[in-house]
Write a protein that binds this ligand. Sequence first.
Ligand SMILES: Nc1ncnc2c1ncn2[C@@H]1O[C@H](COP(=O)(O)OP(=O)(O)OP(=O)(O)O)[C@@H](O)[C@H]1O
Length: 270
Amino acid sequence: MAVSTPLLALQGVSKHFHGGGIFKQGRRVQANKEISLSLADGECLGLVGESGSGKSTLGRIILGIEKPESGAVFFQGVNLYGPDKAAVRAVRRDLQVVFQDCFSSVNPRLTAGESIAEPLRNFACPGFRDVLLAVGELLELVGLTPGDAAKYPHQFSGGQLQRVCIARAISLRPKLIVLDEAVSSLDVLVQAQILDLLSDLRAERGMSYVFISHDLAAVAHLSDRLAVMYAGEIVERLDNMENLNCLTHPVSRALLAAILPAQPMNRDTR
Ligand SMILES: Nc1ncnc2c1ncn2[C@@H]1O[C@H](COP(=O)(O)OP(=O)(O)OP(=O)(O)O)[C@@H](O)[C@H]1O
């Protein structure tokens, strides 16, 4: 039986940093330690953990922008840090990101339309008219209007601008999007709308997500599988999100406790 290549595969990835500045000289931080994981086409993997557990570093490694000191990252079978730069360039357009801070993710001098058009121009090189049409369609897809293309970032709310960033991220029909705390700065109602949008887009376009968050509730909403990180390591994995309550590691339990409703008083206790 033929074994299909996973969309993404990390093999024993490790990364450390040396603290900078006069106060932290020589301090070694193990941001990621021997991390292995894989992701199939169309899957969403949730990556949760407390602040400083190494989630964003792992996200950057997956994106091909933070070289690990050991281990390998394969995306569509291509080693993102391997010697074949042409192969890396060829798969690079299929790998996109949405960050937490949408306001610093876009150029304030560019209109929404220009921001969304950038990847199309860089990678796909369509004509002016096609770009215009594509931008209008993308804006509608994320719940905005083609007329919003003329607005500048400061003319949007946080939730609207995050929709612009999502439109930009999906413009090249990527296979994988890394969502790095993509809803964390939004209020609860807008968070829910963006999570629904991401869920719909995934169903419609068959994309995969690596969803990085400290918020287990948000991750549970979107993910098929879960990896819990602590001090640079994956300390627990869950393959079925219906078993969320079966998490056992103390860090997982703490993240779970943060989203569970308070226990109701026992009415029979008098
Ligand atoms: N460029 C860097 N230089 C030095 N240390 C770094 C660098 N990037 C990350 N670190 C350190 O690596 C560790 C993991 O950081 P990382 O940002 O990956 O964690 P995180 O789980 O994403 O945290 P948060 O949720 O707060 O963003 C932290 O101790 C952090 O201080």
